[in-house]
Write a protein that binds this ligand. Sequence first.
Ligand code: UDP
Length: 468
Amino acid sequence: MARPHVLVIPYPAQGHVIPIMELAQCLVKQGIKVTFVNTEVNHKLVTSNSLVKDGFGDLMQLVSVPDGLEPWEDRSDLCKLTTSILQTMSCKLEELIETINKEDSSNVTCIIADDCMGWAIKVAKKMGIRRAAFWPASVATLAYVMSFQKLIDDGIVNNNGVPINDQMIQLSESMPPIKSTNLPWTCFQELGTVKAFFKVVVEAVEAASLTEWFLCNSTTELEPAAFSLYPQLLPIGPLLASNRLADQAGHFWQEDATCLPWLDQQPSCSVIYVAFGSFTIFNQTQFEELALALELSNRPFLWVVRPGMTKETTASFPEGYVERVGSRGRIVSWAPQQKVLAHPSVACFVSHCGWNSTLEGVTNGLPFLCWPYFADQFDNETYIRDIWKTGLGFNKDEAGIITRGEIKGKVEQLLGDNSFKAKAMDIKEKVTSTIKEGGCSHKNLGNFIEWIHNKDTYAPYNQVEICE
Ligand code: UDP
């Protein structure tokens, strides 16, 4: 029988590439051939990262298709990027699959597409290829996406997805309320970006109806209410490199692993880890307040200051700062985050609450200080703060700044109250048990892998036991 050959395609953002790469690696581990499709720009970044070369055997090939923008164009302009993807990538993907099927020893037998790339599911259907959708963010976020028509019918958003009023909404009694302006597609400043992302949402929901599997990087332990709204959504998470006992892959920046020996030298449960993912941008005043707060905290800290994290080209620290904090503070441009969070010296995580960072903190039993920037991060903060009760948020002053005093105070409050750590450890136990033998996410992933191997199996919902 021909070996299964799965084509995997993420939305071109760091927080989307990392988790679907984990899924791809799980498949490779099970003897499945994978072609991983990045956009050309991201392909260059991922393949220039040395970890990638080490981690993959012959079963994984990394390829690229153009995103339709010129090389010099700004990909942080999400309206432009998203519009270009929707207009141009579908033909390119079809061409790629035709080439693979002509030249490769095995035809593509299945496509796993990020549901934010719903058009790729349509390409699979058109070409008669089996298909699965993958959702890298929280299922609560996905529930809003899946409910877009209801939100239009209820007069919450118009036909372009734009909120009609600024109001609180709640999808079900057991889900937390959310502002109509904080929906996954309404949270952008620019109206054009809201409308562009709403097109992605509409495509995502159409694609969901064309897939045989809808796999989610979450667990029912974390979000039971959201999963119960849409029973076709299957938890297979959290997908982490540590599940494979391997290094992280799919990163756009080279990690600075020198912070690991530095962590070894710090007392147990003492370090404040500060990282805001791949997208967050700070203004200089806020950046300086955070720097000074970490200095004032009198605790060891590890802070990721990504290139481009401030509006200025290079972040400027307050005068004499680096000398003053000395070896008590470690600043890196990109950390091996999963390893950092698993380190016994880390006491808490000051995070933007991206879903991957949230899962990584949760699976390591860490309390959070939540500093959301955009998109689903506000909703993730609500889960951390109000539902799981494993963290605190920050208040801004009249000028919209989170002051050094506020930050220092919240660090002390979080680390001075053992209940946060106790709850975090409790949730860690529940969440990690789901990915172990016998756990729900483990079973669902196992069933999915079985389905990929066996081309005579159809329609998972009535063929295999689904664990919800
Ligand atoms: N990450 C990392 N090193 C860093 C900062 C982030 O490896 O210094 C990883 C982090 O572990 C996570 C991803 O980058 O897997 C960020 O995804 P997330 O959903 O948290 O945020 P986004 O970048 O999408 O805003």
